[in-house]
Design a protein around this ligand. Sequence first.
Ligand code: AP5
Length: 234
Amino acid sequence: MISGAPASGKGTQCELIVTKYGLVHISTGDLLRQEVAAGTEIGNKAKEFMNAGGLVPDEIVTSMVAARLSLEDAKQNGWLLDGYPRSLTQAESLEKMQIRPDVYIVLDVPDEILIDRCVGRRLDPVTGKIYHQKFFPPETKEIKARLITRPDDTQEKVLSRLSIYKQNADAVSSSYSNITNKIDGSRHKEEVFKDIESLLTQLQQNKVKIVNSGEKPILDLKKGPASLIQLVTG
Ligand code: AP5
């Protein structure tokens, strides 16, 4: 699971993690934006909350996540949950479903950097790739011409999203205190990824030991969709 304030770099790190480890990336923000773009009932309900920089009601998001986690690819390849749970109620819903991550990564970034990152963010609607006007400009003029800005990426809405994040962050992390790893997300994305990589490599090694020794897992692996264990067995 990966967590952090708006624009802390969750999506950017998930692109790198998925490329290396082949996990199924489940981003509630992306799933909701797809529903909005398709004009579905869920999308129409979610739109006003998202555009105002608020949270979409728990019941909408939770059923969407549960449905996605139950698909075969997530069970087979393992999953990487991004942007969920975002409230204590959501964390409790996962616990009830006995869904627990192997590791809970929190990207830590100071507020002033977050605002700059949000306001300069651009998305490629064709590839889904994340760019930044200053930090990660598009590779070609053709890509530049088709980039879009998210409606919730204005300074005012970022401040509201940040405040909501801060209100919920402690309650959510308390659910995962024994598996939390805070990482300094203010550095270059490759440096941030190095830390994540070494964490996941260590996790893999632990699991190899567990598989080889037949011992009880060091990490608390409850039942539910397979997660990083697939890195070892798959
Ligand atoms: P969501 O899409 O999840 O938004 P968020 O959490 O605010 O996170 P962001 O997508 O803004 O940022 P990110 O951390 O992925 O950063 P990124 O990698 O893009 O959710 C959107 C909305 O959906 C919510 O506000 C809410 O309404 C709703 N929602 C979603 N989940 C919900 C839930 N569980 N419950 C209820 N409602 C929910 O990077 C940002 C920018 O910085 C980019 O331009 C990138 O290029 C740049 N960047 C990244 N890393 C670096 C770096 N190391 N150095 C320099 N620049 C960097």
